[in-house]
Ligand binder design. Structure first.
Ligand code: HEM
Ligand code: HEM
Length: 181
């Protein structure tokens, strides 16, 4: 089976790569947005129906991640000619999911002290998602490729993929702890 492998650009062409520039800007905006929510400049604690806005965005982001990860794995092998569109949905879809879970995360961390959550599975989950996003970015674009090979791309790929089982396990524990136990 012909599995298209990701095209990574040589360093000198990186600044001409539109998806690299958009993705980098997107990640910077996510970091700024997360800090603004954390510092209470943006409110995500208002109610939307039965739940707070910050929970809705967490749920939507997590559902997308949980469903699209296996779907991408399947579609990439089933439709190898559609690889380009699939990897773009992968990158920008998961980055949008990261934006949503970052809003949920920062919304939780900015709660008033008397209502502060017990940090646990959710915090671990956020660290896992963040590492998956960063390693995906480093593997795809290799911005720090060095002649000595310090940033070994396969290290990032291995981490990116191996952490996904942790994502499901900790994710399920987080949902069970907060909704059912
Ligand atoms: C990748 C996805 C998610 C991340 C990174 C995340 C992160 C967090 C964090 C850091 C907290 C603070 C408490 C803790 O550390 O456990 C939290 C609390 C919470 N999360 Fe999530 N979460 C995610 C998905 C979800 C989903 C899918 C749901 C609902 C089904 C959910 C519901 C809640 C609730 C209800 C709380 C409040 C707990 C309390 O009041 O003590 N989260 N989340
Ligand atoms: C929560 C977020 C993410 C999840 C759950 C996730 C999941 C996955 C999975 C399951 C694969 C393995 C696909 C396979 O072997 O067929 C993969 C590969 C990959 N991911 Fe992600 N990913 C995420 C975010 C990202 C981001 C943000 C980027 C880039 C900016 C990225 C770039 C890549 C690349 C380049 C590959 C290799 C693709 C290939 O071998 O064809 N990922 N990811």
């Amino acid at each position: 089976m012909n599995l298209a492998s990701p095209k990574t650009e040589p360093k000198q062409k990186l600044l001409k790569n539109k998806t690299f520039l958009i993705e980098t800007l997107y990640l910077i905006i996510i970091v700024i947005m997360t800090i603004l929510i954390f510092a209470d400049f943006i409110d995500t604690g208002f109610f939307l129906g039965p739940l707070r806005f910050s929970h809705w965005v967490g749920i939507i982001g997590a559902v997308f991640i949980g469903l699209f990860a296996p779907l991408f794995y399947y579609l990439k092998r089933r439709y190898p000619k559609q690889y380009k569109i699939l990897i773009n949905i992968h990158i920008f879809g998961f980055t949008t999911a990261f934006l949503l879970v970052s809003m949920h995360f920062a919304g939780q961390l900015s709660r008033p002290l008397q209502f502060y959550p017990d940090l646990g599975a959710g915090l671990a989950l956020y660290i896992i998602v963040a590492i998956i996003v960063v390693t995906g970015y480093l593997f795809r674009y290799r911005p720090f490729k060095s002649k000595k090979g310090i940033m070994k791309p396969h290290f990032n790929r291995a981490l990116h993929i191996s952490l996904i089982s942790g994502l499901y396990i900790v994710g399920i524990v987080h949902v069970l702890l907060n909704f059912f136990l």
